[in-house]
Design a binder for this molecule. Structure first.
Ligand SMILES: *Cc1c(COP(=O)(O)O)cnc(C)c1O
Length: 374
Protein backbone atom coordinates (compact mmCIF):
# COMPACT_ATOMS: atom_id res chain seq x y z
CA UNK A 1 0.00 0.00 0.00
CA UNK A 2 0.95 3.66 -0.27
CA UNK A 3 3.94 4.89 -2.22
CA UNK A 4 6.11 2.50 -4.21
CA UNK A 5 9.12 0.95 -2.51
CA UNK A 6 12.42 2.80 -2.56
CA UNK A 7 15.33 0.40 -2.17
CA UNK A 8 18.70 1.28 -0.70
CA UNK A 9 20.34 0.44 -4.01
CA UNK A 10 19.47 -0.66 -7.49
CA UNK A 11 22.10 -1.93 -9.91
CA UNK A 12 23.14 0.25 -12.83
CA UNK A 13 22.66 -1.58 -16.14
CA UNK A 14 23.71 -0.50 -19.63
CA UNK A 15 21.19 -0.79 -22.50
CA UNK A 16 20.71 -4.51 -23.14
CA UNK A 17 20.99 -4.27 -26.93
CA UNK A 18 24.49 -2.83 -26.56
CA UNK A 19 25.62 -6.01 -24.84
CA UNK A 20 24.66 -8.28 -27.75
CA UNK A 21 27.76 -7.63 -29.90
CA UNK A 22 29.96 -8.50 -26.91
CA UNK A 23 28.11 -11.80 -26.49
CA UNK A 24 28.43 -12.51 -30.20
CA UNK A 25 32.19 -12.12 -29.91
CA UNK A 26 32.34 -14.58 -27.03
CA UNK A 27 30.15 -17.07 -28.88
CA UNK A 28 32.28 -16.78 -32.02
CA UNK A 29 35.60 -17.21 -30.20
CA UNK A 30 34.31 -19.89 -27.80
CA UNK A 31 36.73 -18.49 -25.24
CA UNK A 32 34.52 -18.39 -22.15
CA UNK A 33 37.06 -17.94 -19.36
CA UNK A 34 40.71 -18.64 -18.35
CA UNK A 35 41.84 -15.07 -18.87
CA UNK A 36 40.65 -14.56 -22.44
CA UNK A 37 40.60 -11.39 -24.56
CA UNK A 38 37.91 -9.51 -22.60
CA UNK A 39 39.68 -10.31 -19.33
CA UNK A 40 42.88 -8.69 -20.65
CA UNK A 41 41.00 -5.82 -22.22
CA UNK A 42 39.15 -4.98 -19.00
CA UNK A 43 42.31 -5.19 -16.87
CA UNK A 44 44.02 -2.69 -19.18
CA UNK A 45 40.96 -0.44 -19.43
CA UNK A 46 40.50 -0.33 -15.64
CA UNK A 47 44.19 0.48 -15.08
CA UNK A 48 43.84 3.37 -17.44
CA UNK A 49 40.47 4.57 -16.08
CA UNK A 50 41.49 4.33 -12.44
CA UNK A 51 45.04 5.55 -12.97
CA UNK A 52 46.85 2.55 -11.49
CA UNK A 53 49.74 0.53 -12.91
CA UNK A 54 48.61 -3.09 -12.39
CA UNK A 55 45.30 -4.72 -11.69
CA UNK A 56 44.22 -8.39 -11.59
CA UNK A 57 40.55 -9.25 -12.07
CA UNK A 58 38.95 -11.84 -9.79
CA UNK A 59 35.65 -13.69 -9.44
CA UNK A 60 34.47 -11.38 -6.66
CA UNK A 61 35.75 -9.07 -3.94
CA UNK A 62 35.88 -11.80 -1.32
CA UNK A 63 38.16 -14.02 -3.43
CA UNK A 64 40.24 -10.91 -4.13
CA UNK A 65 40.68 -10.41 -0.36
CA UNK A 66 41.60 -14.07 0.21
CA UNK A 67 44.06 -14.00 -2.67
CA UNK A 68 45.58 -10.67 -1.63
CA UNK A 69 46.49 -12.11 1.77
CA UNK A 70 48.08 -15.15 0.12
CA UNK A 71 49.91 -13.01 -2.40
CA UNK A 72 51.83 -11.32 0.41
CA UNK A 73 52.12 -14.55 2.46
CA UNK A 74 50.53 -12.85 5.46
CA UNK A 75 50.75 -14.87 8.71
CA UNK A 76 49.78 -14.51 12.37
CA UNK A 77 47.79 -11.44 13.39
CA UNK A 78 46.20 -8.84 11.14
CA UNK A 79 44.91 -5.52 12.43
CA UNK A 80 41.54 -4.62 10.97
CA UNK A 81 38.31 -2.70 11.55
CA UNK A 82 35.11 -4.12 13.02
CA UNK A 83 33.09 -1.49 11.12
CA UNK A 84 32.85 -3.15 7.72
CA UNK A 85 31.10 -5.82 5.73
CA UNK A 86 31.76 -9.32 7.15
CA UNK A 87 33.83 -10.31 4.15
CA UNK A 88 36.79 -8.22 5.39
CA UNK A 89 37.28 -10.30 8.55
CA UNK A 90 36.10 -13.57 7.01
CA UNK A 91 39.01 -13.39 4.56
CA UNK A 92 41.34 -13.58 7.56
CA UNK A 93 39.62 -16.63 9.08
CA UNK A 94 39.71 -18.38 5.68
CA UNK A 95 43.50 -17.91 5.72
CA UNK A 96 43.88 -19.09 9.32
CA UNK A 97 44.86 -15.59 10.39
CA UNK A 98 43.87 -13.92 13.65
CA UNK A 99 41.90 -10.71 13.30
CA UNK A 100 42.78 -8.00 15.81
CA UNK A 101 40.11 -5.30 15.91
CA UNK A 102 41.09 -1.68 16.40
CA UNK A 103 38.58 1.13 16.94
CA UNK A 104 37.62 3.64 14.28
CA UNK A 105 37.91 7.39 14.02
CA UNK A 106 34.42 8.80 14.76
CA UNK A 107 34.64 11.35 11.93
CA UNK A 108 35.89 9.21 9.02
CA UNK A 109 34.69 5.84 10.43
CA UNK A 110 38.01 4.36 9.28
CA UNK A 111 40.72 2.64 11.35
CA UNK A 112 42.20 5.18 13.75
CA UNK A 113 46.00 5.20 13.18
CA UNK A 114 46.53 6.53 16.73
CA UNK A 115 45.13 3.24 18.06
CA UNK A 116 46.94 0.84 15.71
CA UNK A 117 50.30 0.96 17.43
CA UNK A 118 49.09 -0.35 20.80
CA UNK A 119 47.53 -3.38 19.04
CA UNK A 120 50.80 -4.46 17.38
CA UNK A 121 52.45 -7.60 18.83
CA UNK A 122 55.43 -9.67 17.62
CA UNK A 123 52.88 -11.77 15.65
CA UNK A 124 51.42 -8.84 13.72
CA UNK A 125 52.31 -8.95 10.03
CA UNK A 126 49.72 -6.80 8.29
CA UNK A 127 47.04 -4.12 8.54
CA UNK A 128 43.78 -4.48 6.62
CA UNK A 129 41.92 -1.16 6.72
CA UNK A 130 38.70 -0.33 4.84
CA UNK A 131 37.97 2.93 3.01
CA UNK A 132 34.50 2.90 4.56
CA UNK A 133 31.77 4.37 2.30
CA UNK A 134 34.60 5.45 -0.03
CA UNK A 135 36.08 7.90 2.51
CA UNK A 136 39.89 7.66 2.30
CA UNK A 137 41.65 6.21 5.33
CA UNK A 138 44.50 8.24 6.82
CA UNK A 139 46.76 6.54 4.28
CA UNK A 140 49.86 8.51 5.29
CA UNK A 141 49.37 7.77 9.01
CA UNK A 142 48.80 4.07 8.37
CA UNK A 143 51.82 3.76 6.04
CA UNK A 144 54.00 5.52 8.60
CA UNK A 145 53.18 2.90 11.25
CA UNK A 146 53.49 0.05 8.74
CA UNK A 147 56.98 1.27 7.78
CA UNK A 148 58.15 1.47 11.38
CA UNK A 149 57.00 -2.07 12.21
CA UNK A 150 57.57 -3.67 8.80
CA UNK A 151 53.89 -4.49 8.25
CA UNK A 152 52.07 -5.07 4.96
CA UNK A 153 49.03 -2.92 4.20
CA UNK A 154 46.09 -4.37 2.25
CA UNK A 155 43.21 -1.97 1.71
CA UNK A 156 39.71 -3.31 1.41
CA UNK A 157 38.72 -0.68 -1.16
CA UNK A 158 35.42 -2.35 -2.05
CA UNK A 159 33.65 1.01 -1.57
CA UNK A 160 36.30 3.15 -3.22
CA UNK A 161 36.05 2.59 -6.98
CA UNK A 162 37.05 5.82 -8.72
CA UNK A 163 37.84 7.77 -5.54
CA UNK A 164 40.62 10.30 -6.09
CA UNK A 165 42.83 11.51 -3.25
CA UNK A 166 45.31 14.38 -3.69
CA UNK A 167 44.79 14.18 -7.44
CA UNK A 168 45.58 10.48 -7.73
CA UNK A 169 43.78 7.17 -7.41
CA UNK A 170 43.21 6.27 -3.77
CA UNK A 171 43.98 2.69 -4.83
CA UNK A 172 47.66 3.53 -5.20
CA UNK A 173 48.12 3.37 -1.44
CA UNK A 174 49.19 0.29 0.50
CA UNK A 175 50.84 -2.82 -0.87
CA UNK A 176 47.56 -4.00 -2.37
CA UNK A 177 44.01 -2.71 -2.67
CA UNK A 178 41.03 -4.86 -3.43
CA UNK A 179 37.85 -3.87 -5.25
CA UNK A 180 34.43 -5.48 -5.35
CA UNK A 181 32.57 -5.27 -8.66
CA UNK A 182 29.41 -6.76 -7.18
CA UNK A 183 25.96 -5.72 -8.41
CA UNK A 184 25.51 -3.39 -5.40
CA UNK A 185 28.75 -1.51 -5.94
CA UNK A 186 29.45 1.68 -7.92
CA UNK A 187 30.94 -0.22 -10.87
CA UNK A 188 29.59 -3.72 -11.41
CA UNK A 189 30.15 -6.79 -13.55
CA UNK A 190 27.22 -8.59 -11.79
CA UNK A 191 29.83 -10.42 -9.67
CA UNK A 192 33.46 -9.43 -9.80
CA UNK A 193 36.50 -8.20 -7.96
CA UNK A 194 40.04 -7.00 -8.52
CA UNK A 195 43.39 -6.62 -6.81
CA UNK A 196 45.38 -3.47 -7.51
CA UNK A 197 49.13 -4.00 -7.10
CA UNK A 198 52.33 -2.09 -7.65
CA UNK A 199 54.43 -4.23 -9.97
CA UNK A 200 54.33 -6.92 -12.64
CA UNK A 201 55.96 -9.60 -10.46
CA UNK A 202 53.22 -9.32 -7.84
CA UNK A 203 50.60 -9.39 -10.56
CA UNK A 204 52.17 -12.57 -11.91
CA UNK A 205 51.89 -14.21 -8.47
CA UNK A 206 48.23 -13.15 -8.22
CA UNK A 207 47.77 -14.73 -11.66
CA UNK A 208 49.04 -18.07 -10.32
CA UNK A 209 47.01 -17.87 -7.14
CA UNK A 210 43.73 -17.19 -8.93
CA UNK A 211 44.42 -20.11 -11.30
CA UNK A 212 44.82 -22.96 -8.76
CA UNK A 213 48.52 -22.08 -8.32
CA UNK A 214 49.52 -23.06 -11.86
CA UNK A 215 52.65 -21.21 -12.98
CA UNK A 216 52.70 -23.16 -16.25
CA UNK A 217 51.26 -26.36 -17.69
CA UNK A 218 52.99 -28.65 -15.21
CA UNK A 219 54.14 -26.48 -12.30
CA UNK A 220 51.87 -25.74 -9.35
CA UNK A 221 53.57 -23.20 -7.08
CA UNK A 222 50.90 -22.61 -4.43
CA UNK A 223 47.58 -23.90 -3.16
CA UNK A 224 45.69 -21.41 -5.28
CA UNK A 225 41.99 -21.10 -5.85
CA UNK A 226 39.74 -20.72 -8.90
CA UNK A 227 39.42 -16.94 -8.78
CA UNK A 228 39.29 -16.02 -12.46
CA UNK A 229 36.71 -13.60 -13.84
CA UNK A 230 34.79 -15.12 -16.78
CA UNK A 231 34.65 -13.53 -20.24
CA UNK A 232 30.95 -12.77 -19.74
CA UNK A 233 31.63 -10.63 -16.68
CA UNK A 234 34.69 -8.99 -18.22
CA UNK A 235 32.78 -8.10 -21.41
CA UNK A 236 30.02 -6.60 -19.29
CA UNK A 237 32.68 -4.57 -17.49
CA UNK A 238 33.91 -3.16 -20.81
CA UNK A 239 30.39 -1.98 -21.60
CA UNK A 240 29.75 -0.63 -18.07
CA UNK A 241 32.94 1.40 -18.30
CA UNK A 242 31.39 3.49 -21.10
CA UNK A 243 28.76 4.68 -18.63
CA UNK A 244 30.72 4.96 -15.39
CA UNK A 245 31.33 8.72 -15.57
CA UNK A 246 27.64 9.38 -16.18
CA UNK A 247 26.74 7.06 -13.27
CA UNK A 248 29.18 8.79 -10.93
CA UNK A 249 27.83 12.20 -11.93
CA UNK A 250 24.27 11.10 -11.14
CA UNK A 251 25.36 9.70 -7.76
CA UNK A 252 27.17 12.91 -6.85
CA UNK A 253 24.12 14.98 -7.79
CA UNK A 254 21.92 12.81 -5.53
CA UNK A 255 24.42 13.18 -2.70
CA UNK A 256 24.41 16.97 -3.14
CA UNK A 257 20.59 17.01 -3.07
CA UNK A 258 20.49 14.94 0.13
CA UNK A 259 22.97 17.29 1.76
CA UNK A 260 20.86 20.27 0.82
CA UNK A 261 17.58 18.71 1.97
CA UNK A 262 18.96 17.45 5.29
CA UNK A 263 21.15 20.44 6.17
CA UNK A 264 20.76 21.71 9.72
CA UNK A 265 18.38 18.98 10.85
CA UNK A 266 18.80 18.54 14.59
CA UNK A 267 20.15 15.16 15.66
CA UNK A 268 21.08 14.08 12.14
CA UNK A 269 24.79 14.08 11.38
CA UNK A 270 26.15 13.62 7.87
CA UNK A 271 29.61 12.41 6.83
CA UNK A 272 31.92 15.33 6.23
CA UNK A 273 33.73 15.40 2.88
CA UNK A 274 37.46 14.79 3.30
CA UNK A 275 39.91 17.44 2.06
CA UNK A 276 41.67 16.79 -1.26
CA UNK A 277 39.22 14.03 -2.11
CA UNK A 278 36.91 13.41 -5.05
CA UNK A 279 34.42 10.90 -3.66
CA UNK A 280 32.21 8.42 -5.51
CA UNK A 281 28.93 8.91 -3.59
CA UNK A 282 28.76 5.15 -3.15
CA UNK A 283 26.77 5.37 0.09
CA UNK A 284 24.85 8.06 1.90
CA UNK A 285 24.97 7.33 5.64
CA UNK A 286 23.20 9.49 8.23
CA UNK A 287 23.86 9.26 11.97
CA UNK A 288 20.82 9.55 14.22
CA UNK A 289 21.77 11.07 17.54
CA UNK A 290 20.78 13.31 20.42
CA UNK A 291 18.14 15.89 19.56
CA UNK A 292 16.37 13.70 17.03
CA UNK A 293 12.84 12.74 18.15
CA UNK A 294 13.32 9.01 17.44
CA UNK A 295 15.99 6.40 18.07
CA UNK A 296 17.93 5.08 15.07
CA UNK A 297 15.81 1.93 15.00
CA UNK A 298 12.67 4.01 15.53
CA UNK A 299 13.44 6.02 12.41
CA UNK A 300 14.60 2.95 10.48
CA UNK A 301 11.32 1.09 11.06
CA UNK A 302 9.19 4.18 10.53
CA UNK A 303 10.89 4.67 7.15
CA UNK A 304 10.20 1.04 6.28
CA UNK A 305 6.51 1.59 7.00
CA UNK A 306 6.68 4.33 4.38
CA UNK A 307 8.28 1.86 1.98
CA UNK A 308 11.73 3.43 2.24
CA UNK A 309 14.29 0.68 2.66
CA UNK A 310 17.47 2.09 4.13
CA UNK A 311 20.10 -0.25 5.58
CA UNK A 312 21.78 -0.26 8.96
CA UNK A 313 25.24 -0.65 7.41
CA UNK A 314 27.23 -1.73 9.46
CA UNK A 315 25.09 -3.26 12.14
CA UNK A 316 25.79 -5.47 13.94
CA UNK A 317 29.54 -4.95 14.26
CA UNK A 318 31.68 -7.80 12.90
CA UNK A 319 33.27 -8.11 16.35
CA UNK A 320 29.90 -9.02 17.87
CA UNK A 321 29.26 -11.92 15.49
CA UNK A 322 29.55 -15.47 16.87
CA UNK A 323 32.85 -16.32 15.15
CA UNK A 324 34.55 -13.13 16.39
CA UNK A 325 33.01 -12.09 19.70
CA UNK A 326 35.30 -14.20 21.89
CA UNK A 327 38.45 -12.51 20.58
CA UNK A 328 40.11 -10.28 23.19
CA UNK A 329 40.02 -7.31 20.78
CA UNK A 330 36.24 -7.73 20.35
CA UNK A 331 35.57 -6.49 23.91
CA UNK A 332 33.06 -3.62 23.59
CA UNK A 333 35.23 -1.27 25.67
CA UNK A 334 37.98 -1.69 23.05
CA UNK A 335 35.65 -0.48 20.29
CA UNK A 336 33.44 2.33 21.65
CA UNK A 337 33.44 4.48 18.50
CA UNK A 338 32.65 1.57 16.20
CA UNK A 339 29.80 0.60 18.53
CA UNK A 340 28.44 4.16 18.51
CA UNK A 341 28.55 4.35 14.71
CA UNK A 342 26.93 0.94 14.37
CA UNK A 343 24.11 1.98 16.73
CA UNK A 344 23.37 5.28 14.98
CA UNK A 345 23.82 4.78 11.23
CA UNK A 346 21.24 4.41 8.48
CA UNK A 347 22.43 4.30 4.86
CA UNK A 348 19.86 6.09 2.73
CA UNK A 349 18.89 4.96 -0.78
CA UNK A 350 21.40 6.09 -3.40
CA UNK A 351 21.83 4.79 -6.95
CA UNK A 352 22.19 6.45 -10.35
CA UNK A 353 18.54 6.18 -11.42
CA UNK A 354 17.05 7.30 -8.11
CA UNK A 355 14.77 10.24 -9.04
CA UNK A 356 15.19 13.46 -7.07
CA UNK A 357 11.50 13.30 -6.14
CA UNK A 358 12.26 10.08 -4.27
CA UNK A 359 15.27 11.68 -2.57
CA UNK A 360 12.83 14.33 -1.37
CA UNK A 361 10.38 11.69 -0.17
CA UNK A 362 13.18 10.12 1.90
CA UNK A 363 14.11 13.50 3.39
CA UNK A 364 10.47 14.25 4.22
CA UNK A 365 10.27 10.94 6.08
CA UNK A 366 13.30 12.00 8.12
CA UNK A 367 11.80 15.43 8.87
CA UNK A 368 8.33 14.08 9.69
CA UNK A 369 8.98 13.03 13.31
CA UNK A 370 9.79 16.68 14.20
CA UNK A 371 6.27 17.75 13.23
CA UNK A 372 4.76 15.05 15.45
CA UNK A 373 7.05 15.84 18.35
CA UNK A 374 5.75 19.43 18.64
C1 LIG B 1 31.06 -5.81 -0.98
C2 LIG B 1 32.18 -5.85 -0.02
C3 LIG B 1 33.08 -6.92 0.02
C4 LIG B 1 32.86 -8.21 -0.72
O1 LIG B 1 32.83 -8.11 -2.07
P1 LIG B 1 32.07 -9.25 -2.93
O2 LIG B 1 32.38 -8.86 -4.33
O3 LIG B 1 30.61 -9.13 -2.61
O4 LIG B 1 32.62 -10.56 -2.55
C5 LIG B 1 34.18 -6.83 0.85
N1 LIG B 1 34.37 -5.75 1.64
C6 LIG B 1 33.51 -4.72 1.66
C7 LIG B 1 33.81 -3.55 2.54
C8 LIG B 1 32.37 -4.73 0.85
O5 LIG B 1 31.50 -3.73 0.91
Amino acid sequence: MGSPKIFVTQPALPPLEEFIPYLEKIWASKVLTNCGPFHHELEAALCSYLGVDHLALCTNGSIALLTALQTLRVTGEVITTPYSFVSTSHSLLWNNLNPVFVDIDPITLNLDPARIEEAITPNTTAIMPVHCYGTPCDVEGIQHIADIYGLKVIYDAAHAFGVRYKGESLLKHGDLSILSLHATKVFNTFEGGAIVCRDATVKERIGYLKNFGFANETTVTASGINGKMSEFNAALGMLQLKYIDAMLAKRRAIEAHYRQCLAGLEGIRLLQPVADTLGNASYFPIFVGEGYPLSRDGLYFQMREKNIWGRRYFYPLISSMPMYRKLPSSAPDNLPEAQKASDSVICLPIYPDLPMTKVERVCEAIRAPFAHAQ
